[in-house]
Design a protein around this ligand. Sequence first.
Ligand code: AMP
Length: 115
Amino acid sequence: MSDNAPTIFSRIIAREIPATIVYEDEQALAFKDIHPAAPFHVLVIPKRPLASIEAMSPEDAALFGHLVWVCKKVANDAGHSAYRVVANAGAEVGQTVFHHHFHVLAGRSFKWPPG
Ligand code: AMP
């Protein structure tokens, strides 16, 4: 895996800028999205600065499995057993911060397919 340039999320990991952190362990951090798109909107990120799923290597599979588990945990801990997990990989599909993040959204109804 190749790590990528620091982003604003690296500064959140380093506690250089504030965030409402809801979960942390050695590999992962989860914090509230600053512009929530649902009543519950948390971002789950790896502490390593991996730009997106597109930057994954096979050896990152366990890390990503762990991140998915963290998505479930933060939703469950907030009382949600139904939630949507989204990852934008690439500017063309809406990625704006190039440090991989899973959006975990809950607390309202959702349409499919997403826009
Ligand atoms: P994406 O468009 O998929 O790259 O999502 C980036 C997300 O990061 C957006 O939902 C933003 O609202 C969120 N975001 C950007 N800066 C911050 C920040 N400082 N703290 C929390 N969330 C942020």
